[in-house]
Design a protein around this ligand. Structure first.
Ligand code: ATR
Length: 293
């Protein structure tokens, strides 16, 4: 018989958090590797976050994921930050090391590993990337692109000041790369020179308006990817596929961002394999069918 009190356990801290698929992902790996451990959901209201995190190890947790709306607040509640977390001002993965609480932002690794797995060598073939959106997801993705030495990044956002703030912020740390902004209206003019198109807006997500862009002007070798993964094939990915372009869905970003946390908490670097992908895809498909009833 296993003794639950000695098993490592982690959790996802969010508000709400019930919808999260992280328990399914970590549960799959715990089972796959025969590790006695636990991954819980912790719904924590913003007012209770500081208390919850300062008591994390008292609650028996070896670490946690942090999701909406706590990623920025948690950034200020850890003892140590990775360089990535420092650059982004937000954390999504916490763990203890020598009694100190560390915070990292693994959305960057999630985005990059998803592209590495789906289109190996994509970064060598990308001079110009276009990022749609300027929220938290865009921030992580732009940082990832800059860290891979992508020469030129164009940020397109409905609220242009947000895009400009991001361009200015990252421009200071990456002076040798070009970060510019454009309005939605001006965006089509940039499509012919775009090697990589990334959607980070919530457009195309189930229940949200579709993202509709005429992709005819994209080069035939352009890669199109979406941070949205519900539905699995978003309208913009479907449009890109219809044009014969290579696409990569957002689910892999979710799966790959979970890898470092699992490794810290449970002592083994897990693989994002087809079996995991299939289980989560089935869950998303059934949620989409429920949603459309
Ligand atoms: P996240 O942290 O997930 O990136 P966010 O910070 O709320 O979430 O950002 C959502 C992004 O989707 C923003 O770029 C937002 O544009 P604004 O900055 O103008 O709000 C974009 N977005 C959401 N709904 C949109 C819509 N209907 N049309 C265009 N962009 C939209």
């Amino acid at each position: 018989m296993s003794n639950p009190s000695t098993e490592p356990k982690a959790c996802i801290i969010g508000y709400p958090a019930k919808h999260s698929r992280s328990p399914m992902v970590h549960g799959f790996w715990l089972n796959e590797y025969g590790i006695a451990g636990q991954y819980d959901i912790a719904e924590v209201a913003p007012n209770d976050l500081a208390r919850f995190i300062s008591n994390l190890s008292n609650h028996g947790y070896v670490g946690a994921n942090v999701t909406v709306p706590h990623k920025e607040a948690a950034f200020h509640l850890v003892d140590k930050l990775t360089a990535t977390a420092q650059a982004l001002g937000a954390v999504n993965t916490l763990w203890f090391e020598n009694g100190e609480l560390w915070g990292d932002n693994t959305d960057v690794e999630g985005f990059l590993s998803n592209l590495d797995a789906g289109a190996p060598g994509w970064d060598d073939r990308t001079d110009k990337a276009m990022v749609l959106g300027a929220g938290g997801a865009a921030r992580a993705i732009i940082y990832g692109l800059l860290s891979r030495n992508i020469k030129s990044i164009l940020i397109v956002n409905r609220t242009q000041t947000r895009a400009q703030d991001l361009a200015e912020y990252f421009g200071r740390s990456f002076p040798d790369q070009t970060i510019t902004t454009a309005s939605w209206d001006d965006m089509p003019a940039y499509l012919p020179s775009c090697d990589l198109l990334v959607n980070t807006t919530s457009l195309g997500m189930q229940g949200q308006p579709a993202l509709t862009i005429n992709l005819a002007a994209l080069p035939p070798a352009a890669l199109v990817t979406d941070a949205v993964y519900v539905p699995l094939v978003t309208p913009i990915l479907a449009a890109a596929q219809a044009r014969g372009l290579k696409t990569i869905g957002g689910l892999g970003m979710l799966l790959h961002q979970a890898v470092p946390g699992f490794a810290h908490w449970f002592g083994r670097k897990p693989q994002v394999n087809e079996a995991l992908q299939a289980i989560i895809e089935a869950d998303i498909l059934s949620a989409c069918q429920e949603g459309s009833k």
